[in-house]
Design a protein. Structure first.
Length: 226
């Protein structure tokens, strides 16, 4: 697996659901190398409890688990959560199963046995889903989710204001100095004025949510990311 993909995966949490102990332990050992946090469950009921408790970014779940069904688990989650990414694993190649799974907005459908190549392709699709929804990597440990206005690292999560989110997106996508004039147009509306005090307070609060020393002031011009 490419180093850049491994670095990106290290910012996320995964929940792996599998009723067969041997498979569950083997795949968990692999996932532990990639993800910030790996949680496992042996059935749908336990999985839902751990989903509520841990708020994973990705759920990898089997379909058939004894008397319980992974599709029912996903349907329950989708009643209130359309953001968490989900990958299904199953020995079934039945078209009906696959069509039902497709309706639940999955990242990938892996047909067992789970090989390294199949898992790697699925995890690449997981990362791509974030790239497509405007996930930006500030460094190896920090990510910015523009769709949620959140900056997070291995230990903390910061909610950005609308103005902070817009400003950070400009800094990232333009990859240059954002001038004071651009900031005033972007951040301050017609009913407010960008006074020096307002600017200092905005930047002071904004810096607290960024990696240390990542925002640089270009005297008399504006700001850029290091």
């Amino acid at each position: 697996m490419k180093d850049i993909l491994i670095n990106k995966l290290s910012a996320f949490k995964v929940l792996y659901v599998e009723d067969e102990d041997g498979i569950r332990e083997n795949i968990k050992e692999i996932l532990d190398h990639y993800f910030k946090e790996t949680t496992t469950a042996k059935n749908a009921s336990e999985a839902y409890s751990k989903y509520i408790q841990n708020k994973p970014d990705l759920i990898v779940t089997d379909i058939q688990m004894g008397n319980e069904n992974g599709l029912d688990l996903i349907k329950k989650i989708r009643e209130s959560d359309s953001k968490t990414r989900i990958i299904i694993t199953s020995a079934h190649t039945d078209l009906e199963y696959m069509l039902k799974a497709t309706e639940l907005h999955l990242i990938k459908y892996i047909v067992k046995p789970i090989t390294h190549d199949k898992l790697s392709n699925a995890l690449e699709s997981f990362i791509k889903s974030y790239d497509d929804s405007k996930i930006y990597h500030l460094d190896e440990k920090w990510i910015f989710d523009f769709s949620k206005s959140i900056i997070s690292n291995d230990e903390e999560e910061f909610n950005l204001t609308k103005k902070e989110s817009l400003f950070l997106k400009q800094l990232i996508t333009k990859n240059r100095i954002i001038s004071y004039e651009e900031m005033e147009s972007l951040i301050w509306d017609e009913e407010s004025v960008m006074t020096p005090n307002a600017m200092r307070l905005f930047i002071k609060n904004f810096r607290k949510k960024l990696p240390l020393k990542s925002l640089k002031n270009i005297q008399g011009t504006g700001y850029r990311l290091n």
